[in-house]
Ligand binder design. Structure first.
Ligand code: FMN
Length: 188
């Protein structure tokens, strides 16, 4: 890892176009290592990672998630579900599901910290990622959620909270969205 940490933080962008070739095993392991070294509430490390490197399954998860999104009352979400061209993981060769232990104190915070660590470690390796939140709706769906929990081996008591798509970038990082102003108040 040669990049300075702030450089990595600023350069990371959500990547939505990936090359076909799979990332190397050691790259995957380095990214996951970043995840498990995240901070966690009372050090419960309330996360579980599921690595999917099977294009048929990721396409199936994408299609089923879209079916659920298309029934949403929120117009933006509904349109995502209805978008025929959309693959929710952007055809990435690797998808990581991040599940949180619902019995832990802060599973959402723990898993979010793990996700961000992984995004940054991947960027430091020049590997593209995108945080994909929409997939959670599939795993919590009362009708098909359990089918996919079982298919993906999600452990009891864990809930899929996030996912990330991972792969070599087809398109280099685009310009960053502008930072909003006045987000810091100093009291000294
Ligand atoms: C909780 C969360 C959920 C997200 N879910 C999605 C998603 O489902 N699909 C997607 O394309 N991007 C998703 N994103 C990525 C955001 O759209 C992206 O981070 C934002 O537009 C800023 O762009 P940047 O990541 O390039 O800085 C998600 C980001 C976060 C933090």
């Amino acid at each position: 890892m040669t990049k300075d940490i702030l450089e990595v933080v600023k350069e990371r962008r959500s990547i939505r176009s990936y090359k076909e070739d799979q990332i190397k095993e050691e790259e995957l392991e380095t990214i996951l290592e970043g995840g498990i070294w995240a901070p966690s509430g009372t050090n419960e490390q309330a996360w579980h990672f599921t690595v999917i490197q099977n294009k048929e399954l990721t396409k199936e998860i994408s299609d089923k998630t879209k079916t659920i999104l298309s029934k949403s009352e929120n117009e933006y979400i509904r349109k995502l579900g209805e978008n025929e061209k959309l693959h929710i993981f952007y055809n990435a060769p690797t998808v990581i599901l991040i599940s949180g232990n619902e019995k832990a104190i802060t599973p959402m915070e723990d898993t979010s910290a793990a996700v961000q660590n992984m995004l940054l470690v991947a960027e430091s390796l020049s590997i593209g990622t995108c945080w994909i939140g929409t997939v959670a709706s599939l795993f919590s769906d009362p009708e098909v959620g359990n089918v996919y929990r079982e298919k993906c081996g999600i452990p009891e008591e864990y809930k899929v909270m996030h996912s990330i798509s991972v792969g070599y970038k087809k398109i280099e990082n685009v310009n960053p969205p502008e930072r909003k102003k006045n987000k810091v108040n100093y009291i000294r």
